[in-house]
Structure formats: C-alpha cells, structure tokens
Design a protein around this ligand. Sequence first.
Ligand SMILES: Nc1ncnc2c1ncn2[C@@H]1O[C@H](COP(=O)(O)OP(=O)(O)O)[C@@H](O)[C@H]1O
Ligand SMILES: [Mg+2]
Length: 382
Amino acid sequence: MTNPFRPTFGASPQYWAGRRIILDDYAEALASGPGAAARTLVITGSRGIGKTVLLNELEDIAATQGWLVLRASARGDIVAELTDSVIPAKIQELSPPTTRRVTGVGITGLGTVTTSVTGPDERDLPRPTLDSRLRDLLAMVSGTGVLITVDEIQDADRDALSRLAVTYQNLIRDDLEISLAMAGLTHGVETLLNLPGTTFMRRAHRYDLGPLTSEDAADVLATSSRDSGLAFDTTGLASAVHLAAGYPYLVQLVGSLAWNVARRADADSISVQQVDSIREEAVATMGAQVHHPSLKGVPTVQREYLEAMAALAAHGRGGTDDPVATAAIAERLGKTQRAASDPRAKLIDRDLISPAGWGKVQFTLPYLGDWLRGSGTVRRIS
Ligand SMILES: Nc1ncnc2c1ncn2[C@@H]1O[C@H](COP(=O)(O)OP(=O)(O)O)[C@@H](O)[C@H]1O
Ligand SMILES: [Mg+2]
C-alpha cells in the first residue's frame, strides 16, 4: 500500500478537485479558434494554493488537443530561454529523422550524440528571434497550436516579460494558434501588472485562486484514501477537512500524515484520533513551508502589526483566527489608527491579511496566527 497524498509543491495530486470552471473555459478557448480571450491566462494566489498544478493541468488539456507545450521558467531571461533552447529543441523533436544528421559524438562516456537540422548555412541567416522561432514552430504544427506556460512570474525579468508580450501580441494579431498561461503570487503579479509594457496581461483572463470548498476538500481526502485501500472513517474525514481549512497544500499534508499514522498502526480506517495526533506536525510544517517564506522580506513595521494582530486574535475555528478590530491593533501598537493604516494597507497588498467586515482584518492563510504566536522561526520536525 502506498500513500496516495502528495504534499509537495508542484506535484500534481493523485485526485484533483475544484477549479473546474477554469479548465472548462480553457478547453473551450482552445477549441474556439484564434483570438479567444481565454487563451491568455494569469493565475494568481498564495503559496500552496495550487497554481503550479493548475498550470500542469492546463498543459495536459492543451496536449490532449494536440497542442505543443513550451515551458519557460521565469528565473532568468524567458525570451532567450525560449528562443535559444526550448523552441530549437522542440523543432528538432518534430523534424523527421531523415533531415537530421549527426554532427558530433560525445566522447564523455555518456554516449551523447549531437544532431542538427540540415538546412542552409546558419551564418547566412539573420539571428533567430522569438518571433521567427515561434512562427517556424507554428508552421510545423498546422491544425493545432502552441501553449507557452510561465510559472513564478512574480520573479520574472520585467524587460524579458514585456518582450514576450510584444511577440505574443504580434502572433495573436496574425491569427496564429497561440496561448499563454502564467502563474504567480498575487502581490508580485499585481505589481507587475502595473508596469508599462505588461498592458496585455491586464486584458488576460485573471483567476485568483481561493481555498477549496469543504466538499471539494472532503472529496480529495475521501477519494484518494479510499482508492489506496485505507479510507477515512466518517468522523476522521470531518476532522481532516476541518484541519485542512480548504487549503490545497494542507489537504495533501493532513491526508498524508494521517494516512501514515493509520498505516503504521495497522488500522482498518483513519480515525479522528489519528487525525488529532498529527495536528501539531501539520501546523508546524505549514509554518515552515508556507508562512516562513511568505514572511521573508516583510519590513519590521508590518511584522509588528501582524504580531499585534496575532496576539489579539481569539483562536477561531478550523485554523482561521477570528477577525480583529483595526482599532484594537493600533492601540496595542501605541499608534493612532491613521499611523497604523499604512502597514495594514501594505499587508493587504501582500495578501497576508484581508479586510473582514467593517473595521476588521483577518489572516488570509490558515494557521498564520498560530505560527506568529509560536516561535515564528523554523521548527525542526522529527
Ligand atoms: N485542486 C487540487 N486538488 C487537490 N490537490 C491540490 C489541488 N491544487 C493543489 N493541490 C495540492 O496542493 C499542493 C500545492 O500545489 P502547488 O500547485 O504546488 O501550489 P502553488 O504553486 O500555488 O504554490 C500540492 O501538493 C498539490 O498536489
Ligand atoms: Mg508553484
């Protein structure tokens, strides 16, 4: 029996839930011909909410419809990467073997064989651009199209991103079958969208991912565990759903930890006691994997605001603290409400807190309050 849960960033879940509308819209956009607005997507959300696996899912949809998928990493120059390595590799892959010739045989012991596409002398040709490369590639896939995905765009080089945008828009204008799906952290992407040169992204379909519904979370936990041969019992499932607070990474983490405990105990099903027993480890892991990196780079003034808020928050239900009055936070900080409104606005921008009714704020992610009230540093987990 193997653990069916995958609490790993970027690892597609064994059982997928929710986000249906995005996938359906995308499949429809691909089928409906060039120029469909939903072929350009920007997916935003916090760490662990499921952006990367959603990109993977979109790639699968495109591939199913016969589209080629080009994956560019936002670290580094996206345009150079696509132009000089990703697309040439694809073109080579698509070229019929007869036009390939061996140009060199590696003698490193790895048995590498370098081939190149035969053609006119490269020195006589103008240097390929992203535009020309993409047109070459599109010509090879007539009938279908090309999807470019870029993850972690909050880290993208601004200049490279706007060069990509220019090329992309030119291809769209020529009615070519092309699609672009990008994902990144809400705050960083918001900043990017406000820069000149990224106007086209503002017209893209925007999806800001929120938590899964309790039904979807229950569905993931119940179905994955049942298929593995070790299922949650009714109260165990309810308790796991509660603990995971709809947060996809936690759904996988809670599922995985509880499954292991039950398996080690040789139990027939996963019980509420077993779920309870992993609560602390789940919260600590969430802190180390999600909260700790999210708080990196948060200036002291904002950090103090968060700490005051955590201290005031009565622990609510399901890992989410109750909303806290901004007036109370200001008072605790010894500031006027006016002075405290600046860090508040910046924390909302960073997506760490969100307004919750008149004059109140709330932590956006589950267990951030717990994390701040605890050590606030990375704990070692046995
Ligand atoms: N819709 C979903 N259903 C089930 N599990 C999901 C879903 N979305 C994300 N996950 C799980 O959540 C975790 C985080 O997903 P990931 O895409 O890496 O997040 P992000 O890129 O937003 O940081 C992974 O373990 C993934 O398997
Ligand atoms: Mg990711």
